[in-house]
Ligand binder design. Structure first.
Ligand code: 15L
Length: 274
């Protein structure tokens, strides 16, 4: 059984993915926060991605890395820089030094969030980040490309939409990714023999998608879920939003300076306007 390091495993996407991948891989979980309880087949290495020494320890002896760690919404430049620029570099560099050749990188829809909602985009479009956070994801994709070309690493960048058991609003009807479809994409990134450097959209087979996800399909992705079955219910509770957010795929990231951060302590989660 392959051993997979999952960074940023303690919250959000990591929580869903642990459940979906249980029994299929031995999971080495890593996070800043302590994690308990662990499931069968899981081990934990506490580590800060902003410290190379921690990442050298965490990546030693694994078969592949699923890099979810970092700052997961728009935030201040120091926060983004530390977690998503320095942190991302450390994960790739530690992998190289420890001869780990496979990485699935959690990029984001916000790398291309300034495309309009009336456009359908594929994996070849130029990046149009909607935030400092989006810029950091473009940086991660560029780093993946460098490490693939220069060091022969095999990297799948998933421009993840929104992972949730159900889509939560109108925008997410277009970018929803169910946990089991997420797991399918990650498994492709870990297993597919022909991956060098790939970009794919991390979305389910949503009828309202803004993406031409043909690169994922080429690699064998066959989504099992479509947000449409939730559409009537989601649209019934939708309230009109900011006009800028409505126009662009990135939603509120195009105009907020800080976006509600689910990982922040309670009472400190709210977004801040420009
Ligand atoms: C993301 O990239 C974030 O990590 C996540 O927290 C959501 O905000 C998501 O995008 C989204 O666009 O819904």
């Amino acid at each position: 059984m392959k051993t997979i390091l999952m960074t940023g495993a303690a919250v959000g996407v990591g929580t869903h993915l642990r459940r979906e991948l249980a029994g299929r891989y031995a999971l080495r979980l890593s996070d800043l926060r302590p994690m308990k309880p662990l499931g069968r087949g899981e081990t934990f290495v506490r580590g800060d991605i902003a410290r190379l020494a921690d990442m050298l320890r965490a990546t030693k002896g694994v078969d592949a890395i699923v890099h979810l760690g970092g700052y997961s919404v728009e935030g201040s430049w120091p926060a983004i820089q530390r977690a998503n620029i320095v942190g991302c570099y450390n994960v790739f560099e530690a992998a190289r030094r420890n001869a780990v050749r496979r990485i699935v990188f959690a990029s984001s829809n916000h790398a291309v969030g300034f495309y309009r909602r009336d456009q359908v985009i594929d994996h070849r479009v130029a990046p149009r980040p909607d935030s400092r956070y989006g810029v950091s994801k473009v940086f991660g994709e560029a780093l993946a490309s460098l490490y693939a070309d220069k060091y022969g690493m095999q990297v799948m960048c998933l421009r993840i939409g929104n992972v949730n058991p159900e889509p939560i609003d109108k925008r997410r009807l277009s970018i929803w990714l169910s946990p089991r479809d997420l797991a399918q994409l990650v498994a492709i990134g870990i297993e597919h023999p022909a991956i060098r450097f790939e970009i794919a959209y991390g979305v389910s087979g949503n009828a309202r998608s803004w993406y031409d996800n043909s690169n994922a399909a080429r690699l064998g992705y066959c989504p099992r879920d479509d947000s449409e079955r939730y559409a009537a219910e989601v649209l019934a509770r939708e309230r009109p939003g900011d006009a800028r957010a409505e126009l662009y795929q990135g939603g509120a990231f195009v105009h907020l300076e800080e976006v509600e951060n689910p990982a922040a302590p309670r009472g400190k989660r709210k977004g801040r306007r420009t």
